[in-house]
Each structure stands twice: as structure tokens, then as C-alpha cells.
Ligand binder design. Structure first.
Ligand code: PGA
Length: 247
């Protein structure tokens, strides 16, 4: 039986309004696509992308949200406002946020808190740098990153949680983790969940990092891969359409 996946496009800081319109002139999900498709544009583009979401049957995602509920936080965007314009998924903990905006566990857990309060699902990104991998710190890094979920265990998070494993060295570099590396890490994440939260369902685990039309199917064949978080290739309508055709 073919697997129903979750495939999320992280457009990052790309696309003007005109470019979004060009994208949707060329993009259509494959006929009878069974996957949950999510597209996360920049904030000002959310409402226009939402107008296509209804027609093309995908969900609206956001790339970030504020740690705060509302008020005098100039330049921030609250989870509540994201929800009010149709967002259903928020990417939290992407390595670019961790790296360039110093977002660590304390900040990320506040963001998760806000998503939960606004009834939004969380795509929680984890992943090691090359340095961490080469120095035998892969597992300890992932465990530390996952530890910030603990405080939400009794709350509603579990049914709203998706994990995205994105090795930092594979993001935007064209270097994809090998199938074995992906399988090993996904199994490690599953095992960590099972031992930390026995009896609970393990959340879906996406892979991200240079996913493209050539490698998507073999990655999706891995039993532990529930789908993808796609950056660069999601900006190309035909490539993204091909990735969505994985079965
Ligand atoms: P990439 O980005 O597909 O361009 O490697 C993935 C991501 O950062 O989510």
C-alpha cells in the first residue's frame, strides 16, 4: 500500500508577490496526490498563498512565530494572527533560526507554547552540524534539541507535532545524507521517543536537506521517513510537483 506523507515547502526568504503568482501559474499537485502538502511563504505572502491553498488543496504554513502572545513587540508576528489568516502549521527550530537568530531551547519552547495556545501544529526541526557529527556528538545534540518538547508532554502537543530531521550540513548544500544515515537517525529519534514517552505514538518524522526530484522517491521508500521539508526545490514548481508524486 502506498504511504501517505507530509511534504512541506519552506520557501524561506524568497519570492515577491509577482513570483508567487508565476509559481502558481506553473504549479499543480499531481493528480490524486494523497500527501498532506504544506507551503510556508514569507509572512506578507500568507494571504495570497492561502487563496491558492483552497483551490489546490494544500495547507498554509508559517516559517516562524513570536515567543509572545500579543502587544508591544514591534516587528513580531503572533501565532494567533497566523492562525487568523489560515496558517495551520508553524516551522519552529529551523537551523537557520538557531544559527542566525540564536534561537535555543528556551526561546523555542516559548514559541511552541504560543503555537499550542493558537491551536497550530508545529514542525519542529532538529539536526546536527558536520562538526557535531564528526565529533561523535550526533546523538547528544538531537537529544538536547528534543528535550525542549518534554514540558509539553501532558499538553496537546503530541497530536500536533511533526519532527523534521534536517542535518545542517545537508541544507542548501546539495549534499544529501545517505539513505543509511537518514534511516539510522530517524530510528534513533523514534527510539528516543519510545523510551522517553512509552506507550505514546511517535510523531511523524520528515527528512529535510537537499531533497530534490532525483532523490525523493528513494528517501520516501525508507520506512521511517514520513515525508519531507523541502527548501530550494520547493521554489521550482515542476520540481516540487515531481517530489509530491512520490508514493
Ligand atoms: P534545502 O532546505 O531543501 O534547500 O536543503 C531544506 C530546509 O532548510 O528546510
Amino acid at each position: 500500500m502506498s504511504k501517505k506523507g507530509i511534504i512541506a515547502a519552506n520557501w524561506k526568504m524568497n519570492f515577491t508577490l509577482g513570483e508567487v503568482q508565476n509559481f502558481f501559474e506553473k504549479f499543480s499537485p499531481p493528480h490524486l496526490c494523497q500527501h498532506h502538502i504544506i507551503i510556508a511563504p514569507q509572512f506578507p505572502l500568507l494571504t495570497i498563498v492561502q487563496s491558492y491553498a483552497q483551490k489546490l488543496h494544500f495547507f498554509l504554513g508559517a516559517q516562524n512565530c513570536s515567543t509572545e502572545k500579543k502587544g508591544a513587540f514591534t516587528g513580531e508576528t503572533s501565532a494567533e494572527v497566523l492562525s487568523s489568516v489560515g496558517v495551520q502549521f508553524v516551522i519552529v527550530g529551523h537551523s537557520e533560526r538557531r544559527q542566525y537568530f540564536a534561537e535555543e531551547e528556551d526561546i523555542l519552547s516559548k514559541k511552541i507554547q504560543q503555537c499550542l495556545a493558537a491551536n497550530l501544529s508545529v514542525i519542529f526541526c532538529i539536526g546536527e552540524t558536520l562538526h557535531e557529527r564528526q565529533n561523535g556528538k550526533l546523538e547528544i545534540t538531537l537529544k538536547r534539541q528534543l528535550s525542549c518538547l518534554q514540558e509539553f508532554h501532558d499538553k496537546k502537543l503530541w497530536e500536533k507535532l511533526i519532527i523534521a530531521y534536517e542535518p545542517v550540513w545537508a541544507i542548501g548544500t546539495g549534499k544529501v545524507a545517505t539513505l543509511q544515515e537518514v534511516q539510522e537517525v530517524h530510528q534513533f529519534i523514534q527510539a528516543t521517543f519510545q523510551s522517553s514517552y512509552p506507550g505514546e505514538k511517535t510523531p511523524p518524522i520528515l527528512y529535510g536537506g537537499s531533497v530534490n526530484p532525483q532523490n525523493a522517491q528513494e528517501l520516501f521508500n525508507l520506512p521511517s521517513v514520513s515525508g519531507f521539508l523541502v527548501g530550494g526545490a520547493s521554489l521550482k514548481p515542476l520540481d516540487f510537483g515531481t517530489i509530491l508524486a512520490v508514493q
